[in-house]
Design a protein around this ligand. Structure first.
Ligand code: GLU
Length: 303
């Protein structure tokens, strides 16, 4: 059971690879207002591990837009780009547990392997985000072959052996793993839910050149910051299954989850960072006020 805490800690964790849009504003308000209502803290975390896509001007824009929205958050702000060494330690722990393996497969190889098995690509299982579930190539590579590939400098990713990882996590907790959803998943999933990380299969947890992934960094940082309540969009709901396994294997506490619906445009499309018409900066330039933004996301105007 997650511990009940007298001081709940909420967070908003955007990636600075674009400007904030209405969906982000909604998410940030959810966290900040729950904190205010429940006598807790509200943190902002900059998730900038993807150094190729994240930009400093987007970071500045996040601070500026959030302040304009009337939000306040604790300082200093934690930035993931300063924490690669910690993520690498977590990877070492996972390696020590024998639950990760280096995978040298290219996308082309993955597709070829599936076709070789005589399965049409359209029928191969996909994860909740639409990616092909990894077919397990390179999983049981003989040590000699493994050293050869590493020696040759072939590019690789570290994948979590999900079956092994889940089994070990359940052995540690002494029973089937669950998580507590106080909001709802895309299909209305709520309450104490069993985990099904096999939905994702052997996910990538680090790359040769980037020693981490969203899954590892978010798990480590939520724990490091003492986050007790994770408010975030339903697009990340199913990833919770993976995060729970990592939390147990890395000896981290279990937070409570509150996934919220996504803000969509009039055509029902999910907002993206390129949806300029829904960008906070554009709306502000059009003369909208923070209360207009609240209304547009379905929230009551601020008191
Ligand atoms: N950094 C992620 C994003 O911008 C959100 C992570 C999370 O809330 O867990 O989509």
């Amino acid at each position: 059971m997650p511990p009940t805490t007298p001081f709940p800690v909420f967070r908003f964790a955007p990636s600075p690879n674009g400007y904030l849009h209405l969906g982000h504003a909604y998410s940030a308000y959810q966290g900040a207002e729950a904190a205010a209502r429940e006598g807790g803290r509200f943190l902002l975390r900059i998730e900038d591990i993807d150094v190729g896509r994240c930009r400093e001007d987007y970071v500045d824009a996040i601070y500026e837009d959030m302040a304009w929205l009337g939000l306040s958050w604790e300082r200093p702000v934690l930035r993931q780009s300063a924490r690669f060494a910690l993520y690498e330690d977590a990877l070492k722990t996972l390696r020590g547990l024998g639950v990760v393996y280096p995978c040298f497969a290219t996308r082309k190889e993955i597709i070829a392997a599936i076709e070789e098995m005589g399965v049409a690509l359209e029928r191969w299982p996909r994860d909740p985000d639409g990616a092909l579930v990894y077919p397990g190539l390179y999983k049981d590579l003989p040590p000699r072959e493994l050293s050869r590939l590493m020696w040759e400098g072939t590019s690789y990713a570290w994948r979590l052996d999900m079956e092994k990882a889940k089994a070990l996590a359940e052995e540690r907790t002494g029973g089937p793993l669950t998580f507590l959803e106080e909001g709802a998943g895309p299909k209305g999933e709520t309450g104490r839910l069993p985990i099904e990380p096999e939905l994702y299969g052997d996910v990538v947890v680090a790359r040769k050149d980037v020693p981490t992934s969203y899954h590892v960094a978010v798990t480590i940082d939520d724990a490091a910051q003492g986050v007790t309540h994770i408010t975030r969009g339903q697009d990340l709901f199913y990833m919770t299954h993976v995060h729970r396994v990592l939390q147990v294997l890395l000896g981290l506490p279990e937070p409570v989850y509150r996934h919220h619906p996504l803000i969509r445009d009039e055509t029902g499309r999910r907002l993206s960072k390129t949806a300029a018409d829904m960008g906070i900066r554009e709306l502000r330039a059009m003369g909208k006020t923070p209360d207009d933004i609240r209304r547009m996301t379905g929230l009551e105007p601020a008191l």
